[in-house]
Design a protein around this ligand. Structure first.
Ligand SMILES: [Zn+2]
Length: 390
């Protein structure tokens, strides 16, 4: 199949391609960049004159098992497994139809998202390519302890990691600090000391896993950075004076130096703060300071937490762009090629490059001019199959 007469952004460059204006989707589901006059034999063609093609989007932080309309974090585990799986499959379908062709699931209690991952990969149900962490390691009674990953010391953390490996996860998630949705847990407080964090990262790496660390408080960010995690989730710089009030420039430089990615989980709901000029100025300054310190960012939403819907990354990116004062192309890279790199899937997806999976968004307007174009896709392809068609 040849998609002709398109304007192509490859997920990496600073502008549209001047070399290619067509994409060939090969029978095995991979893609080839070409020109509109390069029709081979009688291959089917589709004329998409005026449309834009970009790589499918990647959300670096979701929870497929969580229902955004359920505010009680303990409620999910009580729902029968078959009903949960049905709801999760529906969320996965909505995600891929919105143009999210890959996502990293950062935690659940029953490994049900791994079943969804495998069913998607086998072509049994539609959905994004999933990378799953299983049960996050947390302290006793700590953030999301109800998912079963509690560990009081290094030895217990090793047991949790071994259990995830046995279940077939793709990476390890650790709660370096407390969090919002867990009663009794304080976002400011570190849940593990530096030595335990280091043991967790060492063991995960030894088994071939990357590590995502949930970090609100600055102390926990420090432990995660020193231990050499792969991604720092949220990175909220919380301390005694509140959220965002304990930004540490030296620590930001250390994060950059270590090549750790920041995944700030800016969801579409943050849009309600954009009219607050003081808030926006403070956020812009913080993100631009982190960026000029060398920090690299990936797009994420924490989908599944209350009122954060799984299919909303395309909406969230315009808000994220405004919060961080990134350019449109920087924002898009953080949801495509850069995100794939951080997740270790860059040889499979995240850019429109010959041989990669045909994970594509076809848009009616230029996303490099206005990110809101992401919200009205004409067509979506995932692994070469049309999941949304005009
Ligand atoms: Zn999360």
């Amino acid at each position: 199949m040849l998609l002709r007469n398109v304007t192509l952004w490859d997920g990496c460059g600073s502008d549209y391609s001047s070399d290619y204006d067509a994409i060939r989707i090969l029978p095995e589901g991979t893609l080839q960049c070409t020109t509109s006059d390069d029709r081979i034999g009688n291959e089917p063609t589709k004329d998409l004159a005026g449309a834009y093609v970009i790589p499918g989007l990647i959300d670096a932080h979701i929870h497929l098992c969580l229902d955004p309309e359920e505010s009680d974090p303990f409620a999910h585990g009580k729902v029968p497994e078959a009903i949960q799986l049905e709801a999760m499959a529906l969320r996965a379908k909505k995600m891929v139809e919105a143009g999210i062709t890959a996502a990293r699931d950062l935690g659940g209690g029953q490994w049900l998202e791994l079943k969804i991952r495998d069913a998607i990969l086998a072509g049994e149900i539609p959905g994004p390519r999933l990378i799953c962490a299983g049960q996050p390691i947390t302290s006793p009674g700590g953030h999301c302890h109800f998912w079963g990953g509690e560990a009081e010391d290094t030895a217990a953390a090793m047991t949790v990691i071994a259990r995830q490996a046995e279940a077939g996860v793709d990476l390890i998630k650790v709660m370096a600090t407390g969090g919002n949705i867990t009663p009794g847990s304080k976002p400011m407080d570190a849940q593990f000391d530096g030595a335990v964090m280091q043991s967790i990262v060492n063991e995960a790496n030894r088994l071939g896993y990357s590590v995502a660390a949930h970090c609100h408080g600055t102390d926990g960010i420090r432990h995660a950075a020193d231990a050499g995690v792969t991604t720092i989730e949220h990175c909220s710089w919380v301390g005694p004076n509140g959220w965002g009030k304990h930004f540490d420039l030296e620590l930001a430089k250390d994060i950059a130096e270590a090549g750790i990615w920041i995944s700030p989980t800016v969801n579409a709901g943050w849009g309600r703060h954009l009219s607050n000029t003081n808030y926006l100025a403070a956020m812009n300054t913080r993100y631009q300071t982190m960026k000029s310190s060398g920090c690299q960012f990936i797009a994420s939403t924490d989908a599944g937490i209350p009122n954060v819907f799984h299919e909303d990354l395309p909406k969230a990116l315009a808000v994220y762009q405004a919060v961080a004062a990134f350019s449109n192309v920087e924002t898009l890279r953080s949801a495509t090629s850069d995100c794939a790199l951080a997740l270790g899937i860059e040889s499979v997806t995240g850019s429109v490059v010959n041989g990669l999976s045909a994970d594509l968004m076809i848009l009616p307007e230029s996303p490099l001019s206005d990110l809101r174009a992401l919200q009205k896709p004409l067509e979506i392809y995932a692994r070469g199959a049309a999941v949304l068609s005009s």
